[in-house]
Write a protein that binds this ligand. Structure first.
Ligand code: DX5
Ligand code: ZN
Length: 220
């Protein structure tokens, strides 16, 4: 399965509702929400009130990427606000297993995020419990950064670990620097969910989505 997840971090916030609608009409599959607290990452974005507000304008699944310390304090609140997928950075919490359990028992999919320098073997135990892995292909905090090529190698290592642990059903998401120039290559590596911020919201949203979706699709 190949899904495009526009990140509203690069949207024009004065027209947020309109731009989400435009992305939906153009074929976006998921809306990616970058939640930053100014502590885990050096930037602050938005929180639960904004999520509640935009929940009413689209039926697309919401994917919250929590770049916050102590994500266990807010994960369930985001789900109550209408988020369908929640991912967190394992080094931001002490009890990752417990948090995965809380997310899943609140009715959402649970994912863990790996920073560019975090190795795949960090997942060796948690892999039995999660629904998806988010591989960061830039250092988290800002949109519009350049893709770090080495991070693509982690996908192959992750697929190997998924096979060894019998969890080939796990979805692989990639986030950061995804563009029309690398999305086909990433798709061929086996990635399922492509987060795209600036490559969707800079310029013509509908046209950008059309090109990205065409490029990420693998015809068999
Ligand atoms: C970065 C965020 C990304 C960001 C991606 O910390 O996690 O989701 O919006 O933006 P682009 O696609 O512009 O690299
Ligand atoms: Zn993100």
């Amino acid at each position: 399965m190949k899904l495009l997840a526009p990140s509203i971090l690069s949207a024009d916030f004065s027209k947020l509702g309109e731009q989400i609608k435009e992305a939906e009409m153009a074929g976006a599959d998921i809306i990616h929400l970058d939640i930053m607290d100014g502590r885990y990452v050096p930037n602050i974005t938005f929180g639960i009130p904004v999520v509640e507000c935009i929940r009413g304008i689209t039926d697309l699944p919401f994917d919250a990427h929590l770049m916050i310390v102590e994500p266990e304090k807010y994960a369930v609140e985001f789900i109550k606000a209408g988020v369908n997928m929640v991912s967190f950075h394992m080094d931001a919490t002490i009890h990752s297993h417990k948090l995965v359990d809380q997310i899943k028992s609140s009715g959402a999919k649970a994912g863990v995020v790996l920073n560019p320098a975090t190795p795949i073997n960090t997942l060796e135990e948690i892999i039995y419990y999660i629904d998806y892995v988010l591989i960061m292909s830039v250092n988290p905090g800002f949109g519009g950064q350049r893709f770090i090529p080495q991070t693509a190698q982690k996908v192959t290592k992750l697929i190997k670990l998924m096979e060894e642990s019998g969890r080939t059903d796990i979805m692989i998401e990639i986030d950061g620097g995804v563009s029309r120039d690398n999305i086909r290559y990433l798709s061929e590596l086996g990635i399922n969910i492509f987060v795209a911020g600036s490559s969707v919201f800079r310029g013509d949203i509908a046209q950008n989505i059309k090109i990205l979706k065409e490029e990420m699709t693998i015809y068999t």
